[in-house]
Design a protein around this ligand. Structure first.
Ligand code: CO8
Length: 261
């Protein structure tokens, strides 16, 4: 078992070459702050370079959450330019993961909300534990998804279901995620990483060059232009009073009172 040291991530590789990358801020439900994003970027580079790593499982620490979103405390102060920049930054990290040449399996072990759902969707496959909850609640904060959610969710579940989830800011439990194609399997709570290892082991019986080309080829068919528009629209929303109200209301643990401006 080999491991790399990070402040907010754990990256451990077993003797079969299967690495488990765990977002490790359980007291904040593994919310993606800038340190997590920076470290995710570094981790993906290490995964690409390290020949001992042949497949990756991405999950969250603790029993409650995969990742509960971007860190709302950090979002609250963004202006238009910073909002767009931050969105592009996160998109870039998630593109690196999506284009990783080794299989990447998300084990969604609880809340996967906002940026957390977007992280899961950037992985090649999603295994949902029974307590998984997927959602893009950004509109409830006066925002839109900004780490690729408006582009990847329609690819995975179709435009109609994606619109429903995004516009209601609603949630999808594990079984619904399975039936819509967002998740490929549902397993009991706590069994996800083992199931992902099993799945990765099956993949790793195949030629590694073929696996990497298969990933690249599938991704090619899903390349869309909308990501930069998403970032721009996210930035525009950072100038609105509704965004200030939505994010402040979350931090003050109260309901938002939107004025529509
Ligand atoms: N950001 C910051 N802190 C968070 C977040 C978050 N996303 N989620 C949870 N936390 C913190 C809570 O504030 C709390 O901290 P503290 O103990 O210091 O008060 C701790 O984690 C535990 O959370 P709760 O007490 O709220 O736990 P509950 O079990 O009561 O509720 C929920 C769990 C329902 C998951 C609840 O925590 C929640 O609603 N979280 C926010 C979910 C959300 O709205 N996520 C989307 C965020 S926006 C986003 O992801 C945008 C992505 C694109 C960004 C693009 C460019 C910047």
């Amino acid at each position: 078992m080999t491991s790399y040291n990070f402040d907010t991530l754990l990256l451990e590789t077993d003797e079969n070459g299967i690495a488990v990358l765990t977002v490790n801020r359980p007291d904040k439900l593994n919310a993606l702050n800038n340190t997590v994003l920076d470290e995710l970027e570094k981790a993906v580079k290490k995964i690409e370079k390290d020949e001992d790593i042949r497949a990756v499982v991405v999950t969250g620490a603790g029993e409650k959450a995969f990742v509960a979103g971007a860190d709302i405390k950090e979002l609250n102060t963004l202006n238009k330019k910073q909002g767009e920049k931050q969105s592009v930054r996160g998109q870039k990290v998630f593109f690196a993961l999506e284009n990783c040449s080794k299989p990447v399996i998300a084990v969604v072990n609880g809340y996967a909300l906002g940026g957390g759902a977007e992280l899961a969707m950037a992985c090649h496959i999603r295994i949902a534990e029974e307590n998984a909850v997927f959602g893009l609640p950004e509109v409830g904060l006066g925002l839109i998804p900004g780490y690729g959610g408006t582009q990847r969710l329609p690819q995975l579940v179709g435009k109609s279901k994606a619109m429903e989830l995004i516009l209601t800011g609603g949630q999808m439990k594990a079984e619904e995620a399975l039936s819509t194609g967002l998740a490929s399997q549902v397993v009991p709570q706590g069994a996800g990483v083992e199931k992902a290892r099993e799945l990765a082991s099956k993949m790793l019986k195949n030629g590694p060059v073929a696996l990497s080309k298969a990933i690249a080829s599938v991704n090619t068919g899903f390349r869309v232009k909308g990501f930069s528009d998403e970032a721009e629209l996210f930035g525009e929303l950072c100038e609105t009073e509704d965004f200030k109200e939505g994010t402040t209301a979350f931090l003050e643990k109260r309901k938002a009172n939107f004025q529509g401006r």
